[in-house]
Design a protein around this ligand. Structure first.
Ligand code: MEV
Length: 427
């Protein structure tokens, strides 16, 4: 038995699975069966997924759901979400309904600039480098002409190329800091192709290129989303006190990074779910959002709240680099369908929708945390996971769901109740 292999990628899918099964599965037949069960019976669809990445052996499902009743800038939306965490979609639906009777969400895009950099080393004088850059700038733009032609037709392209001296941070380190507009595409391939062409043209005997790559830090690709209502409409009992507590929860996140990370993680529950459902890159979005949260040098909340003139305001400001064309957005049939459900938004509209999804999750989390605590809702949603884990049948599920109405849900309590139910049945 060998746990290493050469030429794995050249094997057929079945040969890959057999090698894995022989060397790693506890039960060969069971393991193979699981992989086959998750394989799509539609050969064309399966091939499409196989070809997204290398060494595909099956599919890994994540639930795909929708949260209805969002009103954003007066327009109703149903928001598709791909996520495994039990409470996220339920929370989104509840929050959508709550704010739909309080004027809905307002959102606006602040800016859409994206960034890419050519990083290089240079030991000569900065003055000479500046002269060389000035002389080359037109050539740098010209070399990208064929790459940017289509993008320019869609209103995008290179906005600026700037030479930056970074030698105070790292000896001999300079960069070309390039800004882009990428219209309705996320633009990763476009940006990277432009940068590589620029680097090839810019380098000379003295300029040693280290790398050329887009940045996922996009503080100038920014969207703002908010809700507001009269303080008295915020909560049924003691609304002023609860609104204050809600604001304090955000203040705590702003001074306590341990709390801020969890606070923002909750926001990303909503954001990543829609990013994934629309075929966008959730790792890029998460990296950019967390970097933005730390832009002051201290990691803080991405949301904010205040009371002014008797009105409760709650808002988010977050960088989101998204596409509604290109990448997986039209290639993955479910991503395409998600965009259809969202009424085929532009990238800017999608930025607004996704910011709202993040704001909603934070609203649900803070409302629960500052009132009943989070576990009540979480365990309610987790209830079915526990029942499935304990292999409860349909009949047992029905009985236990009824039995636990209004009761505290814990894994042990459910296991005990199921055990009792089965004993009772045997008698
Ligand atoms: C859980 O996935 C997310 C929360 O922890 C977020 C928060 O604490 O604000 C509930």
């Amino acid at each position: 038995m060998s746990k290493t292999i050469t030429g794995f990628s050249k094997l057929t899918k079945d040969a890959k699975i057999n090698w894995l099964a022989k060397n790693f599965f506890n039960n060969t037949e069971d393991g193979i069966l699981i992989l086959k069960q998750y394989e799509n019976k539609n050969e064309k669809l399966q091939r499409l997924h196989d070809e997204f990445i290398e060494n595909t052996i099956s599919n890994f499902y994540v639930p795909y759901a929708v949260a209805p009743n969002f009103i954003i800038n007066g327009k109703p939306y149903v928001i598709p979400m791909a996520i495994e965490e039990s409470s996220v979609v339920a929370a989104a639906s509840l929050v959508a309904k709550f704010w739909s009777t309080r004027g809905g969400f307002k959102a606006k895009v602040i800016s859409t600039l994206k960034v890419g950099q050519v990083h290089f080393m240079y030991t000569g004088s900065f003055k000479d480098l500046k002269i060389y850059f000035k002389k080359s700038k037109n050539d740098l733009l010209k070399i990208t002409d064929p790459i940017t032609a289509n993008m320019r037709k869609r209103g995008g392209g290179i906005v600026n190329i700037e030479l930056r001296d970074k030698t105070s941070k790292l000896d001999n380190y300079y960069q070309l800091h390039v800004t882009f507009e990428t219209a309705d595409s996320m633009g990763a391939n476009f940006i990277n192709s432009c940068l590589e062409a620029i680097a090839t043209t810019f380098k000379n005997d003295e300029i040693k290129i280290v790398m050329s790559i887009l940045s996922n830090y996009v503080p100038e690709c920014l969207v703002h989303a908010e809700v507001s209502c009269k303080v008295e409409d915020f909560f049924d009992v003691e609304p002023e006190a609860y609104a204050q507590k809600f604001i304090q929860a955000i203040q705590i996140a702003n001074v306590e990074p341990y709390r801020a990370v969890t606070h923002n993680k909750g926001i990303m529950n909503g954001i990543d779910a829609v990013v994934l459902a629309t075929g966008n890159d959730f790792r890029a979005i998460a990296a950019g959002a967390h970097a933005y949260a730390a832009k002051s040098g201290i990691y803080k909340s991405l949301t904010n709240a205040k009371i002014k003139d008797g009105i409760f305001h709650f808002w988010i400001e977050i960088p989101l680099s998204l596409g509604t064309i290109g990448g997986l957005t039209k290639l993955h049939p479910l991503a395409k369908l998600s965009l259809e459900i969202l009424q085929n938004p532009s990238a800017e509209e999608l930025m607004q929708i996704i910011a709202v999804a993040g704001l909603s999750q934070n609203f649900a989390a803070l409302k629960a945390l500052t009132t009943t605590g989070i576990q009540q809702g979480h365990m309610k949603m987790h209830f079915m996971n526990i029942l499935n884990q304990l292999e409860a049948n349909l009949h047992e599920k029905e009985i236990l769901i009824k039995d636990f109405e209004g009761k505290t849900v814990t894994h042990n309590a459910i296991a005990d109740a199921l055990h009792q139910l089965r004993i009772k049945k045997q008698r």
